[in-house]
Design a protein around this ligand. Sequence first.
Ligand SMILES: Nc1ncnc2c1ncn2[C@@H]1O[C@H](COP(=O)(O)OP(=O)(O)OP(=O)(O)O)[C@@H](O)[C@H]1O
Length: 279
Amino acid sequence: MSEALHRNYQVSEEIGRGRFGVVFRCLLPVNGVYYAVKSIEKSLVSADSLDAQCLLTEPKILHLLSPHPNIINLHDFYEDETHLHMVIDLCSSSDLHHRVVTRRVIPEPESASIMCQLVQALAHCHSLGVAHRDIKPDNILFDDRNRLKLADFGSAEFFKEGQLMSGVVGTPYYVAPEVLAGRDYCEKVDVWSAGVVLYIMLAGFPPFYGDSAVEIFDAVLRANLRFPARVFGSVSSAAKDLLRRMLCKDVSRRFSTEQVLRHPWITSGGGARTVADLT
Ligand SMILES: Nc1ncnc2c1ncn2[C@@H]1O[C@H](COP(=O)(O)OP(=O)(O)OP(=O)(O)O)[C@@H](O)[C@H]1O
């Protein structure tokens, strides 16, 4: 590990492991604050691969986006011959994936609070010309004050106003149909994926699914959004209205992050009810 990192931080136990590196807890003695340090082993990444580009893009993008209360902040960055080390906000072990698996569904007020924080993070990214491109529950972490922290910018990309992106990135259940169709796309792919996350929080299962990757892709491409009564009977009309606007196949009609943040279900903290809910 980098000598400079060890001069400044006390690195302690391992708290997680990804494809290319290990995450440790560490302490900065000068302020007594604990952080996480993500250490990436360069030898695991072949120099000319897409993965290598992503690894270098992540610290650059985190630096640009920091600080934001709902994005993992990059506090320090070290590089030596063998490793890259990113000192970032420390989060708890219970990410949104873990919460959904253990609790099955998340009540509307809590789902609205999570969605509001996630979309505020995305609005910040989009305003600075960054698309995350891999929004999913595993990348949604929480700190010790239960504040949402969007993580893993390894698939993120810079975009320019009015210019489209290309390349298939993302995770099957969450990826937007225009990405799968191989078309050029814009930052609204993140709104689609956030819509999938919202559906999963309220229903306990994804909106578009299948038994294999091909079946999942077919379901996403059809984008036939359904609200089975046995689950959605007790979900408010306002929540379903927002889901329809986020999971809209027509990108020009799909909500932007700013429109999501102005939607009554979000502004009312998941409490908005309409006449339809009374009948
Ligand atoms: N800031 C953090 N605070 C606490 N734990 C973290 C933090 N970042 C990552 N982790 C933990 O470390 C694990 C590995 O994270 P990492 O970002 O290296 O890989 P990944 O995104 O899960 O996987 P991959 O890089 O293979 O796609 C995560 O699953 C999580 O449990």
